[in-house]
Design a protein around this ligand. Structure first.
Ligand SMILES: [Zn+2]
Length: 53
């Protein structure tokens, strides 16, 4: 979902899937890092499907 690669290892979040690589990156990434915000934005779309304004 986040890296848009198909992997077998990871966690299912609602209807989407986060691989272990993305999960570990998110955990390691500092909250002030711009990349963290990128992941958060991705997750927002995952957890709130259909909410676009
Ligand atoms: Zn991934």
């Amino acid at each position: 979902m986040i890296c848009e690669q198909t992997k077998t290892a990871g966690i299912h979040l609602y209807t989407s899937f986060i691989c272990t690589d993305c999960e570990s990156i998110m955990i390691k990434t500092d909250t002030s890092d711009p990349q963290y915000r990128y992941y958060v934005e991705k997750l927002r779309k995952v957890t709130k499907p259909g909410i676009y304004s």
